[in-house]
Design a protein around this ligand. Structure first.
Ligand SMILES: [Zn+2]
Length: 105
């Protein structure tokens, strides 16, 4: 899956401009909705959709983090999370980058 065809990924400028960098396993919350199967863990994305593009009415992020390394993590969500993670320049990761971004605001 290329970054441009991945569903529901935040715009590059949006992602970098408004969110501090977080590692994949700290960034996403597990999506919960009546219609979602319980045996697969999807990451809550944006606009009531999972990262992989599943939309369910009433979907919300749970209180639990979405952990891509767990066996029940949705594969497509994992790929999308990886694509987003790859967009972050190494220079913008880590504590120093977070401080300098904050100073500019
Ligand atoms: Zn998914």
């Amino acid at each position: 899956m290329s970054p441009r065809t991945a569903p529901n990924l935040p715009d590059e400028g949006l992602a970098i401009g408004f969110q501090p960098y977080l590692p994949v396993e700290m960034r996403w919350e597990r999506a919960v909705a009546d219609g979602l199967p319980l045996d697969v863990s999807h990451a809550f994305g944006i606009f009531d959709r999972t990262l992989c593009g599943v939309q369910q009415v009433g979907m919300s992020p749970s209180d639990y983090g979405w952990l891509p390394q767990l066996g029940n993590a949705c594969r497509a969500c994992r790929e999308a999370a990886g694509v987003i993670d790859d967009r972050w320049p190494q220079a913008m990761r880590g504590e120093d980058a977070r401080v300098s971004v904050a100073r500019r605001l």
